[in-house]
Design a protein around this ligand. Sequence first.
Ligand code: MRU
Length: 388
Amino acid sequence: MPAPDGSIASSTVNISGVHYRTIWPTATGSVRVIDQSRLPFEFATVDLETLEEAASAIRSMVVRGAPLIGATAAYGLALALRQDASDARLEEAARALQATRPTAHNLTWALARMRRALEPVPVSERAAAASREAARICDADAEQCRSIGRNGFELIRRCAESCGRPVSILTHCNAGWLACVDWGTALSPVYLAHDAGVEVHVWVDETRPRNQGAALTAFELAAHGVPHTVIADNLGGHLMQRGRVDMVIVGSDRTTAAGDVCNKVGTYLKALAARDNEVPFYAALPSSTIDWSLDRGADIPIEERPAAELTHVTGRTSSGAMQTVRVVPETSPALNLAFDVTPARLVTALITERGVCAASRAGLQSLYPDRPDSRPLASAAPSDSATP
Ligand code: MRU
């Protein structure tokens, strides 16, 4: 568990030598999160006191990344029950949180887990039970991400042994510590490798339009001391052609039971380039990201965000002020779809907390035989139908 200020005694380093989680409860019952909208220029926290504040933090991306969205929703439910823990309030709060962002499955998963835990609890004890369950979700996420790290580390270590030089890993968006409660998904193996003395270098896709790569992935890799270089989103294919990428590791917002991987828009193009250049393409995800009810990536809801995120760019001027400027003609319409789907056939393997498996129904079933809904469908459709 973190200390009251969110810091954790650890051998790893995140911010000025202190290892933080991204979310933790305060002594007064509010929930503290790192305000990711201010990074990389300012490390600040914000306290969430109400359901509305938690929902707004998710919607406006003060917190973001599939596992952290789930964790924040769990605490949002706990905040909602502080005044009124009736069945009606539970239902209303779960609906409000579910409506914040449609794509990350961890949101649906966390709300379902909270409801399963709370519905049998007497109303008078529900608020306290909700805080405890949200804390358990956070602890489990941190532990699962750590396990993803251990499993992915083996892939990096083997690659280092065979290539005999620093391993070059390309990643897209931010699937690191900031996207989760701790450690990260795609970056967890990178941190473990770096800490174990395996030399790595990360190509960081800037990840337009919100620049989670340039702002967040670069920030956390720099804070941890991992060698990295920020690149334009479109450079990855060229680097792969020149043999300068050993593997791609990305996260996922929702992975189907057949292994199709939905992640930040642009991921699919990286997978195509990786396949063309025989570069292994891995997706790292905890089981809370797997939507066992879906077989086809084409059925995943893709979030459409405000066009202003595309038509404008925000940054810091040389005087230190934050400024937002327009980069698209006033008259041009813009379409801002936030995610895309990489068909399972382009994914070399999935890295999960239980191990590494083929991106297929059989592969996932081999790691999760205890999931009753992971059994093969009688008439399972082919899984490469991931057209948006
Ligand atoms: O829109 P975001 O910033 O929430 O999108 C985040 C991503 O796409 C991550 O790659 C994904 O959540 C995997 S996170 C561990």
